[in-house]
Design a protein around this ligand. Structure first.
Ligand SMILES: Nc1ncnc2c1ncn2[C@@H]1O[C@H](COP(=O)(O)OP(=O)(O)OP(=O)(O)O)[C@@H](O)[C@H]1O
Ligand SMILES: [Mg+2]
Length: 450
């Protein structure tokens, strides 16, 4: 309930105002003397002070100044006499919330206070939301208030202090890298390096030289000796992204480091000892690869000592409004807000690209918004659930069909669809098409798709 202090030296007016406000369910204290009122305010506080301007001991402007000194969050409405527009302007300049011109009816006063209450609630909600984002629902750059995310924060907290290997499993864009970061920076190793290597698209020899380093002259082109990521990460954490992409032959070598904590640089004869904690991430089900004999079972168990699964965004849609707010703040567009209807629409959509897709969508929408509000009709068509454009091909009006050409047309359009859906991220597009990245690239070249 809003707490109001009324300061008015004319007794009848004061009592009328006070009674009207109490009747409208506000908590009111009224005073005839501004000095006494300020003393009360200092000890008890208030949300709103409504004060007369012309009074004996202290005028309304002084009251305004003192109130703001005591608590700048308290608002002041000044009562000005009819015809003194100048003092009204003055009041606003000095930081009054509003003014009301005498004489006024009780209804007018209540309306003004109700308007104030509405605004205050909105502001409070906004501040609360931002505060929530800052503390309760955020954990090392991870935002979420759904049960699964709160559980995930707990899990990260617990595993951080351990030395065991972690396997992070999650679809593209779910936050695997952010989680790996959170584990490292929440652990005792946080002062030591956090080193990342993506195993995707690295052939065996490149991968091994990246992981273990090499001696000078180990192979053609090895002009200088080079430290591998294992050495650089010594004492800290090594994050191996897309671990499912690591060739079978390199898997043996990785297994050995995990077992013996030592390895040889390419071309070296002596082993190097390291103390590194391993965190891996995968988009695909590693066990399926084990079954297909594409991933070693012993390595699988070594890496998956602690599994952490990040749920896709569609399984925690209640986080969407919070995430939207977070990305608006992140891109310095905190003044912008999405209407509840617009948010509802975003919550209906399934987000195959998960948080990354949501993040890009928020940036894209806010870049094109000229007002302070994003309404339902400003949400792009491709994000409206059930409205994704079906790819249609008609064969009814043809007598003959060149099957090869027809299939190529479907291929081309499907590739264009995948690229549009992933903001032209080729590796993501390849993933949703279940193609190798190189195959996708070849096809794009063939069909002249950019
Ligand atoms: N819970 C979260 N709260 C806030 N931002 C998040 C959250 N999860 C992910 N993000 C943001 O989403 C984007 C994608 O996250 P990240 O790169 O960690 O995903 P990923 O799972 O590693 O994706 P990929 O599989 O494509 O490598 C980043 O910009 C990241 O900051
Ligand atoms: Mg990643």
């Amino acid at each position: 309930m809003i707490k109001i202090i009324v300061i008015e030296d004319e007794r009848i007016k004061r009592i009328t105002m006070s009674q009207a406000l109490k009747k409208a369910n506000y908590h009111v204290n009224d005073f005839g003397n501004p000095v006494v009122a300020l003393k009360y305010f200092k000890n008890n506080g208030a949300d709103l002070v409504i004060s007369d301007i012309r009074m004996e001991d202290l005028d309304g402007f002084e009251v305004l100044e003192k109130v703001k000194q005591i608590n700048s969050a308290t608002d002041v409405i000044l009562m000005t006499a009819f015809g003194t527009i100048e003092s009204a302007v003055n009041a606003m300049k000095k930081g009054a919330y509003d003014f009301i011109t005498k004489p006024f009816s009780s209804e007018e006063l209540i309306l003004l206070v109700q308007k104030y209450e509405k605004l205050k609630n909105l502001l409070d909600e906004n501040i609360l939301l931002k505060k929530i984002l800052e503390d309760r629902y955020s954990f090392h750059n991870l935002i979420g208030k759904s049960k699964v995310m709160i559980d995930l924060f707990d899990q990260i907290e617990m595993v951080s202090s351990s030395e065991m290997s972690v396997l992070i499993e999650g679809e593209s864009g779910t936050g695997k890298e952010v989680v790996a970061n959170a584990i490292h920076y929440n652990s005792d190793r946080k002062e030591k390096p956090f080193i990342k290597l993506s195993c995707a698209a690295l052939n065996e020899s490149l991968l091994e030289s990246e992981l273990f380093g090499h001696e000078k002259g180990a192979f053609t082109g090895a002009y200088k000796e080079k430290q591998g990521r294992f050495e650089v990460a010594d004492g800290g954490t090594l994050f191996l992204d897309d671990i499912d992409d690591i060739p079978l032959s390199s898997q043996v070598k990785l297994l050995r480091v995990l077992q013996e904590r030592e390895f040889e640089r390419v071309g070296a004869t002596k082993p190097t000892k390291v103390n590194v904690r391993i965190i891996c991430a995968t988009k695909v089900d590693l066990w399926e690869l084990v079954e297909k004999k594409q991933f070693r079972e012993d390595l699988f168990y070594r890496l998956r000592v602690i599994p952490i699964r990040i749920p896709p965004l569609r399984e925690r849609k209640e986080d969407i409004p919070l995430l939207v707010e977070h990305f608006l703040i992140k891109s310095k567009k905190e003044k912008l807000h999405f209407t509840p209807e617009a948010l509802e629409l975003l919550t209906c959509y399934n987000w195959p690209g998960n948080i990354r897709q949501l993040e890009n969508a928020v940036y894209r929408i806010s870049a094109f918004t000229k007002t302070n509000e994003v309404t339902r009709d400003m949400i792009p068509e491709d994000l409206i659930c059930g409205k994704e454009q079906p790819i249609k091909f008609s064969i009814y009006n043809n007598d003959k069909i060149d099957l090869q050409k027809f299939i190529e047309k479907i291929e081309k359009e499907t590739i264009e669809w995948a690229l549009a859906r992933t903001d032209h991220n080729q590796s993501k597009a390849a993933e949703i098409l279940k193609l190798k990245r190189t195959t996708l690239r070849d096809k794009m070249k063939k069909f002249d798709v950019h």
